[in-house]
Structure formats: C-alpha cells, structure tokens
Design a protein around this ligand. Sequence first.
Ligand SMILES: Nc1nc2c(ncn2[C@@H]2O[C@H](COP(=O)(O)OP(=O)(O)O[C@H]3O[C@H](CO)[C@@H](O)[C@H](O)[C@@H]3O)[C@@H](O)[C@H]2O)c(=O)[nH]1
Length: 508
Amino acid sequence: MTSDTVLSLQILSLAAFCFVVWKVVRQPVERASFRSVAILVLGDIGRSPRMMYHSESFAENGFETYIVGNKGSKPVPSLLSIPRVHFLYLPDAPSTLGLPFILSAPRKVLLQVFSILNALLYRIPHPPEYIVVQNPPSIPTLALVWLVSKLRGSKVIIDWHNLGYSILALKLGNEHPFVKAAKWFESYFGRSAYAHLFVTNAMKEHLVKEWNLQGQKIVLHDRPPGHFHRTSPSEIHELFQRLGPPLDTNAIRDFLPSSTAPYSTPFTKTSSQPSKYPTTLELDGEFDSSPMPSQREDRPALLISSTSWTPDEDFSILLKALGLYEEKARARNEIEIDESKEGSLPKVLMVVTGKGPDREKYMNEVGRLQEDWRWVRCVSMWLEPQDYPLILGSADLGISLHSSSSALDLPMKVVDMFGCGLPVCALDFACLDELVHDGVNGLVFHNAQELATQIASLLTSFPNSPTLTALRKSLERSEQNAARWEWSTWSENWNTVMKPLITHNVNN
Ligand SMILES: Nc1nc2c(ncn2[C@@H]2O[C@H](COP(=O)(O)OP(=O)(O)O[C@H]3O[C@H](CO)[C@@H](O)[C@H](O)[C@@H]3O)[C@@H](O)[C@H]2O)c(=O)[nH]1
C-alpha cells in the first residue's frame, strides 16, 4: 500500500470520527433506560472472565445486558444461554500495514474510538443505565465512557483490575514520557465515576489516596463461579479422554503411564480393565463389578499454572524450578532409592493453560530443556470454558507466577484454583496475603530454588502426601473449618456487594 493510500485512509477515519462526534453533540440528551447495562471490554470477551461474570450477574438480576468487545475465544456457556445478554462485537484491530508505530498506533486508536462510540451511541438502542468499563486498558476507553455518560446520561462504573500505566512501565520504564502521559490520562478520566470497583483492598486504599477518586468505592474481590468444584474421578476419566491431542505427542506419550481408552487414562482406571493394582474391594476378596473410574496409584503428579502469557509473569522461574525438581527426583529415585520407595518423588506433568504473547518463547525453551528430563514434562494448552475448571480440579498443585505490575492486584487464576479445591504455590508480592495464607491454603515462594523445594516437599511419597492433603482440606467447606471459611461464590459475593449499588435507584 502506498503512503498516499495510507494517508487517505487516515483522513477518512478522522472525518468519520468527527462526523460521529458532531452528530452526537447535536443530538438531544435521551434519558437512560432503567435496568440496562453496557459492559465494555477492550479485548477478547471470552478471555475476560471477570467481565463475563459481571455480565451474567447483571442479566440474572433482570438487566438487559450489552457486552461490547472483541470476538475470539468462546465465552462461558452460561452466558450464551441467558436471553437478556447481547454481544456487540467490535472489529478486530487492523493490521499495521508495515507502518511505523508512530503512525500505526494512532490509526488503531482512531478505529477503536470510532467502533466503540458507534456501539455505545448507536448499536445499543437506548442509553444504558450503567456502563461498566474494565481498566486496563485505559486508553481510549476511560475517555470514551466519560464522553458517553455526558451525552447519554449513563452512570459509569469503573472496574479497576490493575493500573494500565504500570503495565506500560514494565516495557518502557517509569520515567518514559508515554508512561507519564498514560498515568495522567488514567488518573484524569478515571477520577470521577458513579462507582469504582477494586479487586483488592490495597488498590482501593492506594487510588483513593493518590488519585482522590470521586464516586462510590467498593472492593469486589474475585470469586470463583458456583460450578467450580473438585473434579471427581469419573470427570477426570472423561476429561483426559477428551484432551487426547495435546497429550498425544511422542515426548508425552512415552512419559505417561500407558493407558487404553476407554478403560484407562494416564490418571484413571476402571475396573472393567484388568488392573496392575488391585482395588481395596478386590483385596478383600470381593469382586468389584462397578465400572466407576478411580485414580491410578502410578499416575504422575499433575501441576497446573494458568496465564495470559504476559510479561508480568516470569515463566523462567517455573522452568528453572522444574529443572531443579528433575535433579532432586533423580537423586532421590535413582540413587538413594530403597525397597519401600518411601520418600520417593513422582513424575510431574506440568500443564500451563492459557493464550498470550509470550507462550511461544517459553514453550520453545521447554522443548529444549525437556530433551534431558526424565521426571518432568511441561505442556501448554487452551481449554474450552467448561473444561478449564475440570482440569484445575483434577490437579494436585497449582502454581502462580503472577507478580502484579502495580503490586495492587491479585491473580484470578489462584481464585479459580481455590474454587476447584486446588492448593497453590504462589510467587510473593505486596498484597498476596489478601488471598494466599502461607501454610494454610498454599505456600508462598520468592525464587526458583524455593519453588523447587516446595514442590518436592509437597510431592514426597505422592500420592499420599500429608502436607498436600492438609492444604487441600483447608479449601473444603466443612464443619471443621467453618469458622475461618472466607469463600463465597462469585454470585453470592456480587449479590452482597454489587446488587445494593445498582438496584438502589430502582428501589427509590
Ligand atoms: N477457558 C479458559 N480460560 C483460561 C485458560 N487459561 C487461563 N484462562 C483464564 O485466564 C485467567 C488468567 O488470566 P491472567 O491474565 O493470568 O489473569 P490473572 O493475572 O490471574 O488475573 C488478572 O485479571 C483479573 C481479571 O481478569 C483481575 O481481577 C486480576 O486482578 C488480575 O489483573 C484465568 O483466571 C482464566 O479465567 C484456559 O485454558 N481456558
């Protein structure tokens, strides 16, 4: 494409943008219609769990719910089945046409501005009562919802997941002029809203103090959806039959215990197949006629990490820790081994779920490293929304490498893991203790050596590790730990914290 054509395209976009703004400014302000909400996600809706959960909660509370965002991964199934939910997809970001960043970035923002305004002003038939916007990204969304609220009378709710400028600072450094400009933009357009939601107490305290936020301020911690649970052996059996392909590579097939579908998987077996390990009933001399799957004693330990593969998560820590575990397992199992196998370490299958920019870089590194590994394998996969909680609930240990660019947000993946009864080893950062209680529901580490030591100590004598079992028990809702139980589901929490905020006007 010639530079003339590019210039004409830019001029056209600018003209279209000016036309929309001119039309809007001339339009008489329409009253916002009660019980409707626009949820704005600048990104793949299917990879924005918190915004999907908000949408579901609004719709369940009788709101006509418009989700504005990009099409990509499949949204959670429950959202697709609610009649009041409408998806308004934004066009995908245009290709850069080989233009330098200085030209391609403003062009991209301009097209985004146009399509977001078009959605919020025209595609939603009546002004929504509320607009819920996720931050980050802040540019251009915070300014746009501010403008739309002035024009259409909608009330803006900013859902503070993190601080956008702190993510940019990871790449450019705190002193870069773009970072300073982004911080100004975020604090200026983020200052006043009908309400501000925060994912941690720490973020609320920080922003109230530093940015003098106007409007109601509420901490809405992430919580897992009600259907997240510890996966039963039957569900694990079905899941690993479904997962087939990502685990069906030479490197993985030879590493896992052999299995014969549909009778067994590397993690489960059924009594329909003669088993190497007799069940308790068989040992008691009774015939086990039930085909119910059970977990195999010779299964590898299943470790899970979940991520968006962004630069704030340093997967080199995990890879180094897995290498150190490999050394420990060799030393224990191949040199010091005694007859009883007491104190031995199991093979480890590390599954990293999620999609994102740094995936290829780290998985190429994994490919090189595991050529020399005998006790560890690492695979990455993206699971359909219904399978994601099932794999978390099948695992033995979760790992979080979330370090938080602002030190003010928390890893949602850990919330997911706790919801599925999975204890974690989590990398420490400033406000992690709002979620992970060291030695109670998980362990906190600071570097690869510590992580490797924790994995080895939790997996000693696997699958009968008392420490791992104790951590897992703290996540069970039982009479014994009722007193310190702090977990609720997303909708219980939302109905307690958010509902009074948004139904207040209707009740009055
Ligand atoms: N369906 C599916 N979802 C996945 C998969 N892997 C990861 N996810 C989704 O991706 C999330 C993890 O993405 P991250 O971007 O790593 O999130 P986080 O650091 O744990 O949490 C951040 O985002 C939250 C809200 O979106 C914030 O609340 C939180 O404070 C933090 O900023 C998981 O919680 C899960 O919903 C997968 O294979 N399949």
